[in-house]
Design a protein around this ligand. Structure first.
Ligand code: PGA
Length: 255
């Protein structure tokens, strides 16, 4: 195993009301009470962040925004700033999720602005990248990842990379039940690490965590985590239920 602390993150997307989120968080807290040496992050909808963060205070679970805006404050109806996430109890925010790219016009440029402002506010960013099925089928996976990385991380310094986690999420594997094979995941992760090394050197590339996301389930987590360059996972559907997410958090280290 690498020295990188495994990070297991649950993205609840647009699921759960405030009472439902609180109930799940309370149950999850008990279910993972035995875990140490692994970071656990959950990302409820905006309106649930503060009450969930309060409920999880002192536990081994931290909360993350699912998105963020790139200004501190202003007349931007409907948006939430990095400082506001921080004040609600967030330690992390997800940035550039493929659903944001697909439905809400997120681009590498907006991803870049969001990362910079979030780091300045003291948040750790889970930056999502990944290719579409058509891009994979036409042999463009690495080119797409390379562009998303170079544009998304443009101007981010080596010290700032300590506050960046990359999530490789092949878009064709999200919510489809179609997981990338462990070999496909490892190949992409290794490529991403090599690009980080190219840009920042081996110290940063050796410490940057790269998560896999896309139909992560209790029955594939152990194999995924056994890959050298898979440092954790970003889980959608299977993070909504305490039983399945707890099993994922309790992944078994295969010999
Ligand atoms: P999924 O979602 O686990 O439901 O495929 C992953 C994600 O969107 O982060």
């Amino acid at each position: 195993m690498s020295s990188r602390t495994p990070l297991i993150a649950g993205n609840w997307k647009m699921y759960k009301t405030v009472p439902e989120a609180l109930e799940t968080a309370e149950q999850l807290k008990e279910a993972v009470i035995d875990i140490s040496g692994r970071e656990i992050v959950i990302s409820p909808p905006y309106v649930c962040l503060f009450p969930v963060a309060v409920a999880l205070k002192g536990s081994n679970i931290v909360v993350a925004g699912q998105n963020v805006f790139w200004e501190d404050e202003g007349a931007y109806t409907g948006e939430v700033s990095p400082g506001m996430l921080k004040s609600a109890g967030c330690a992390y925010t997800i940035i550039g999720h493929s659903e944001r790219r697909q439905y809400f016009g997120e681009t590498n440029e907006t991803v870049n602005k969001k990362i910079k402002m979030s780091i300045a506010a003291g948040l750790t960013c889970i930056v999502c990248i990944g290719e579409l099925l058509e891009e994979r089928e036409t042999g463009r996976t690495f080119a797409v990842l390379e562009t998303q990385l170079s544009e998304g991380l443009d101007g981010i310094s080596a010290p700032q990379m300590a506050a960046v986690v990359i999530a490789y999420e092949p878009v064709w594997a999200i919510g489809t039940g179609k997981t990338a094979t462990t070999a496909q995941a490892e190949e992409a992760h290794r490529f991403i690490r090599s690009r980080i090394e190219h840009a920042y050197g081996s110290e940063v590339s050796g410490t940057t965590r790269i998560l896999y996301g896309g139909s992560v389930k209790p029955d594939n987590i152990d194999q995924l985590m056994a890959e050298e360059d898979v440092d954790g996972v970003l889980v959608g559907g299977a993070s909504l239920k305490v039983e399945s997410f707890s099993r994922i958090v309790h992944f078994v280290v295969l010999g």
